[in-house]
Design a protein around this ligand. Structure first.
Ligand SMILES: NC(=O)c1ccc[n+]([C@@H]2O[C@H](COP(=O)([O-])OP(=O)(O)OC[C@H]3O[C@@H](n4cnc5c(N)ncnc54)[C@H](O)[C@@H]3O)[C@@H](O)[C@H]2O)c1
Length: 475
């Protein structure tokens, strides 16, 4: 099929690459000329593992190109995806201005030569399916006042569930595909588009292996409104699950339990599952906070106050602040101290800094007159560019970061940090304090390397007693 994807961000570029890899002919459109120029040169505007290879393979299979010309691309397409940003407004509401511009532009570019499906992949509040339909219709009407009746189209909602850092695998081997559609023809078009993905008959691209347990993918057909709610409900639940793990970890710290052991015990329950149970400095990223706020806003519009959603936001904010408290407990005075942030990206394997806990910590520590240093293997150039206001001294390496620091804070659990020589880091510091905000390191190893170690929900002091108890139990 001929497909247009509007928006070449984290979602649009990966979606376009995967659809072309599956054999569709894809054109990716963006208003940002710099991004389009980069993609045309064979460069990726974002850091996402396997994306460049996938784009190259996609070009040789279905074919993929990049343009700023929405009109030309829509005119030739059967399916048009909207994957533009829906960032939060100060009120918590989703900013729909990009979505509105895209939908109107699609309408203005349509003619009567074929039936088209406009698919919304951006995360949007309930009711946006109807809004997109109205805006496309208005666009058609403005551009074709006389012939607008012959131009026919359907609207679908197809929420995206990919995770940055493993977006290629998530898109090629999804847990499910959700399609909200108001009519049978639109749903059939979407089934046709996703047939190769559902059947999983394609050869996996190198480096993006198909999970061994993978069978056919379930395509869940729903109403437009349900599809929109599914996305918000899923994100709100995942954020709540992490928040719950953090709450339990905070209680663990007080009673002398080991949160990782508690989470392992909980996660083995098949009703709960082990994923998203890692306590830490709180979640971040472009979606959870934005989507929960948008859902709260929608609920309020309907006179409903969701206490659980609000609590999720509050618990997460408190979790970030907990890092400052831990530093205060260790150092007492933060003024004039040097704190090193190990990791800036909101999670490993991405350069995305949207709502990253590191930004909160850098800001808060600077307000408290502490000096902030940071090292991240990928996200430092993005941070420099996007947040020139932050007073951060960027470092060449983790060792450079540790040099003369009063404390190190693990903010992002990059795998390569596990290879660091902890003894060397501890020796380079003014005071070897490690606040492991991701429970990345073993407390025993960190302490053996000379660190005063604090994790999240971990009680190193109670560990000798626990080990003794385990030994006695074995004996
Ligand atoms: N990033 C994720 O992990 C993720 C996961 C699931 C869903 N989502 C949702 O997907 C949507 C896109 O997210 P993203 O992270 O890819 O955003 P992004 O900010 O990385 O990319 C959006 C792109 O859209 C472009 N754009 C804006 N208006 C345009 C227009 N009128 N015409 C053409 N291009 C336009 C921008 O220039 C930008 O390149 C959001 O609604 C987000 O909530 C994101």
């Amino acid at each position: 099929m001929r497909v247009t994807v509007i928006g070449t961000g984290y979602v649009g570029t990966v979606t376009g690459a995967c659809l072309a890899y599956l054999g569709h002919r894809v054109t990716c459109v963006d208003t940002d000329e710099t991004k389009i120029a980069k993609l045309r040169r064979g460069e990726s505007p974002i850091y996402e593992p396997h994306l460049l290879d996938l784009l190259e393979l996609a070009a040789g299979r279905g074919g993929i190109d990049f343009t700023t010309d929405l009109r030309g691309s829509v005119a030739e397409s059967d399916v048009v995806f909207i994957a533009v940003g829906t960032p939060p407004l100060p009120t918590g509401e989703a900013d729909l201005s990009y979505l509105e511009a895209a939908a109107r532009g699609i309408g203005a570019a349509m003619d009567g030569s074929r039936y088209r499906v406009v698919v919304n992949k951006s995360t949007v509040p309930v009711g946006c399916g109807n809004l997109v339909e109205t805006l496309v219709r208005e666009g058609i009407h403005e551009a074709n006042p006389a012939g607008h009746r012959e131009i026919r189209f359907g609207v679908a909602s197809n929420p995206e569930f990919l995770r940055e850092g493993c977006a290629a695998a998530d898109s090629l081997y999804p847990d499910r595909i959700v399609v909200g559609a108001a009519d049978g023809r639109t749903l059939e078009t979407m089934r046709e588009l996703y047939r190769p993905l559902v059947a999983q008959g394609f050869d996996p691209p190198p480096g993006v292996a198909r999970p061994a347990s993978m069978g056919e993918v379930k395509l869940l057909a729903a109403t437009l409104t349900s599809a929109e709610m599914i996305k918000y409900a899923a994100n709100a639940f995942l954020a709540m699950k992490i928040g719950f793990a953090n709450e339990i970890a905070n209680i663990c710290e007080r009673v002398g339990a080991e949160a990782p052991e508690v989470m392992a015990g909980m996660g083995l329950d098949s009703r709960i599952g082990a994923k998203f149970l890692n306590p830490g400095v709180g979640w971040g990223g472009s979606c959870f906070g934005k989507d929960i706020r948008a859902l709260l806003h929608t609920a309020r519009e309907y006179g409903y106050e969701s206490k659980l959603l609000q609590a999720s936001l509050d618990v997460n904010a408190a979790q970030r602040q907990m890092v400052i408290q831990k530093l205060q407990e260790k150092l007492f005075i933060l003024k004039g101290r040097t704190i090193g942030l190990l990791g800036l990206a909101f999670k490993p394997d991405t350069d995305d800094l949207r709502d990253a806990p590191s930004l909160y910590l850098a800001e808060r520590l600077s307000q408290m007159d502490a000096r902030v240093k940071a090292y991240d293997p990928i996200a430092m150039p993005v941070c420099r560019e996007q947040r020139p206001d932050l007073k951060i001294r960027y470092c060449e390496s983790a060792l450079d970061l540790a040099e003369d620091c009063d404390a190190l804070v693990v903010v992002t659990e990059w795998r390569q940090f596990l290879d660091l020589d902890l003894r060397q880091l501890a020796q380079a510091m003014a005071t070897p304090i490690l606040v492991d905000g991701r429970n990345l390191f073993s407390p025993e190893e960190a302490m053996a390397a000379g660190f005063d170690y604090t994790g999240v929900g971990r009680c190193p002091r109670s560990r000798p007693a626990a080990a003794r108890a385990r030994r006695q139990a074995v004996e």
